[in-house]
Design a protein around this ligand. Structure first.
Ligand SMILES: N[C@@H](CCC(=O)N[C@@H](CS)C(=O)NCC(=O)O)C(=O)O
Length: 216
């Protein structure tokens, strides 16, 4: 069976999948596309015309969290709890990260100061929730690393790329989240999930708008 992941170099949803594939040591190929100029084969293959998609031989899987669930089944070392309810809860926490990724992106792409401040307030609201969960356990779901943690990993990868430019500490007041950020970034699979010039690409991407986060 062959696995080919279709990616865009800075897409956070793709990074989730690459980090989990790396962590589980599952062999795969990767194909990068330009989302500004989507190739025909991609438009035909991807139902939402979004990355990531994963070709499993001829079959196309889409939606990063569904892809994570599938690749977890390919490993003997499952990253999900056995109990059905706990597994559903794990998925719920993974889904929660999608809202944070969206808000995170909005903070750093804000075109007005008001929108920047409103999105930042939303982000802190999410951080409060995470801080609460992380007071109960080392990782986002339990004291062991689970699949849900890979859903969160791109938030920290993205933030670490922007860190040299940030004039404030986003984790101030969130000590458990700061610790979690360090634990996730120390995972080799997460470190190897980004393309070589990822930090530079991210810095360029967010320097284009009105980067309020540089001036605070
Ligand atoms: N919920 C989707 C989100 C995927 C997504 O938004 N991908 C973006 C890139 S980061 C995309 O392909 N956008 C292309 C477009 O909207 O045309 C997932 O988890 O896979």
């Amino acid at each position: 069976m062959s696995l080919t992941l279709v990616s865009f170099n800075i897409c956070p949803y793709v990074l989730r999948v690459i980090a989990a594939l790396n962590h589980l040591k599952i062999p795969y190929e990767i194909k990068y596309i330009d989302l500004q100029n989507k190739p025909d084969w991609f438009v035909k293959a991807s139902p939402l015309e979004k990355v990531p998609i994963l070709f499993v031989d001829e079959t196309v899987l889409f939606k990063s969290l569904v892809i994570l669930d599938y690749i977890n089944t390919l490993s003997v070392q499952s990253l999900l709890p056995n109990d059905n309810l706990q597994r559903a809860l794990n998925r719920a926490r993974a889904e929660f990260s999608g809202e944070i990724i969206g808000t995170f992106w909005n903070v750093f792409s804000a075109k007005t100061e008001d929108s920047f401040k409103n999105n930042l307030a939303d982000l802190k609201w999410y951080f409060e929730k995470l801080e609460g969960w992380l007071q109960q356990s080392k990782f986002i779901f339990s004291n062991e690393l689970t699949l849900a943690d890979f859903a969160y990993a791109p938030i920290f990868t993205l933030l670490s790329a922007l860190k040299p430019q940030l004039k404030f500490n986003l984790f101030e007041g969130f000590p458990r989240l700061q610790e979690y950020n360090e634990n996730i970034l120390s995972l080799p699979g997460v470190q190897q999930s980004k393309v070589e010039n990822y930090d530079q690409l991210i810095q360029e991407r967010f320097a284009k708008g009105a980067p309020f986060f540089l001036t605070l």
